[in-house]
Design a protein around this ligand. Structure first.
Ligand SMILES: C[S@@+](CC[C@H](N)C(=O)[O-])C[C@H]1O[C@@H](n2cnc3c(N)ncnc32)[C@H](O)[C@@H]1O
Length: 260
């Protein structure tokens, strides 16, 4: 690693550790905990990791009931081939009709995927069709109005890829997919789930996105100030990351069905 990068990283880290934990705390551990909460009690059924790539959430790597099938679904066969922890791989576009029966899945989840889907309306509607009544979905994704997301849309994908690979060489291949951020802001996301028949069970927002700039200290410093201010003001629309849990309600006899 070059001297320039080492100095910038050291300075950024000094500031990072001084920021309040409630601002910098990542959402991924809670995403993992929620997956564990909703899947560990299942004795049988189907769990689907959409846009699974080659990584499975750690919370699913432990033993599960032999009657629970864990499916990894992704548009890229090359990623799924490396994902050795899943029971079955399904190569499919999540924005087209899913290759699953109606009411057949117990839990669907995705990490850092919804921002890459060009049609989240179809994605959410297919998730609703294929989840069992009472089924749960859990998603974590970046907010479209955060500075790094805006930058990501402004810069050509080739340039974004080059920059993230320079800043995080250890994550080569994981970052830099084309991103659309279709409905990826907290209010739009809530409306998207609700109009497709889901009830929102839980939502948590994060405002810290400065970690992207740790290799260039002045940018990091400016960004950390911005994140702190947005967090203090609670500007929901500008949140940088969203964790959302939604449920497909169980329809009781007296309840009317959803009108399409
Ligand atoms: C940033 S990676 C996240 C991978 C994994 N979920 C993780 O957390 O490491 C985004 C994944 O979404 C997949 N993807 C992108 N567009 C997709 C689509 N239309 N349908 C299904 N998967 C898609 C990509 O192939 C990639 O594996």
């Amino acid at each position: 690693m070059g001297l320039f990068k080492r100095i910038n990283l050291a300075l950024s880290r000094r500031i990072h550790w001084r920021l309040p934990n409630a601002l910098t705390e990542p959402l991924f551990p809670e995403y993992e905990r929620l997956i564990w909460q909703y899947t560990s009690g299942l004795e049988n059924g189907v769990i689907v990791d959409v846009g699974a790539g080659y990584l499975l959430p750690d919370s699913l790597k432990c033993e599960r009931s032999p009657d629970v099938t864990l499916i990894g679904m992704d548009i890229l066969p090359s990623s799924l081939e490396k994902n050795t922890d899943i029971d079955a791989a399904v190569i499919a576009d999540a924005c087209k009709p899913w290759p699953f029966e109606d009411n057949s899945i117990d839990v669907v989840f995705s990490r850092s995927v919804m921002e890459h889907l060009y049609d989240n309306e179809t994605f959410v509607s297919e998730m609703h069709r294929t989840l069992k009544p009472g089924g749960i979905c859990i998603h974590v994704l970046p907010g479209k109005h955060a500075p790094f997301s805006i930058l990501n849309r402004l810069l050509p994908n080739k340039v974004t890829k080059m920059l993230v690979e320079w800043a995080f060489p250890e994550r080569k291949g994981e970052l830099g997919f084309v991103a659309y951020y279709h409905h990826c802001s907290p209010p739009a996301l809530q409306r998207l789930f609700e109009r497709n028949g889901f009830s929102i069970e839980y939502e948590r927002l994060r405002y810290y996105q400065s970690a992207y700039y740790v290799s260039v200290f002045p940018v990091f410093l400016l960004s950390a100030g911005y994140d702190w201010l947005m967090w203090k003001l609670g500007t929901i629309r500008l949140a940088s990351q969203i964790l959302i849990v939604a449920k497909k309600p169980v329809i009781t006899e007296n309840q009317p069905e959803r009108v399409e």
